[in-house]
Design a binder for this molecule. Structure first.
Ligand code: IDP
Ligand code: MG
Length: 162
């Protein structure tokens, strides 16, 4: 683990393009945003989510009235699952993603720019882990072990680091 600027640890986060983001053709746009920020793509797949995985992923929300609808939505079409690595990427990804409700997310964020104005709050294009603990739990849930991830460092990395 390397510390950058005394504050940012190299860490991993779980990012998922939700069914509405895939159906609306935003896979490339979203990957490009994470790439140009300098994050490193460690895992990527298209996935048709079984109900049990969606229920486990959103287990903290199981008491919410919208839980059933949320699980149905996540399973309604393919999602794109990703693991991104970078300094402080858990927090920076949440900033890039924007507020939960697309109507309240700032322009410049993924949900602010791509969340359709007619969308319900739940149809917000993308998921990002909210903490390091969530990230590790979600990576283990969505990727079937380390053989689905590639441990690599871009050749440019030493050149870009102070
Ligand atoms: P987050 O995705 O911004 O972390 P959470 O509060 O963790 O937001 O909720 C997880 C997901 O559940 C949201 O991204 C959204 O898809 C859905 N959701 C959250 N609140 C509502 C709601 O009030 N109605 C319907 N769906 C919701
Ligand atoms: Mg959340």
């Amino acid at each position: 683990m390397r510390i950058f600027a005394g504050r940012f640890e190299t860490e991993r986060t779980y990012i998922m393009i939700k069914p509405d983001g895939v159906q609306r053709g935003y896979v490339g746009e979203i990957i490009a945003r994470f790439e140009r920020k300098g994050n490193v793509l460690k895992g990527l797949k298209t996935f048709q989510c079984p109900k049990a995985v969606a229920e486990e992923h959103y287990q903290d929300l199981s008491e919410k009235p919208f839980f059933g609808d949320l699980v149905e939505y996540i399973c309604s079409g393919p999602v794109v699952c990703m693991v991104w690595e970078g300094p402080g990427v858990v927090k920076s990804a949440r900033k890039m993603i924007g507020a939960t409700n697309p109507l309240e997310s700032e322009p410049g964020t993924i949900r602010g720019d791509l969340g359709a104005f007619y969308a319900l709050v739940g149809r917000n294009v993308i998921h990002g882990s909210d903490s390091n603990e969530s990230a590790e739990r979600e990576i283990a849930l969505w990727f079937g072990g380390d053989d689905e991830l590639v441990d690599w460092t871009p050749t440019i990395t030493p050149w870009t680091r102070e």
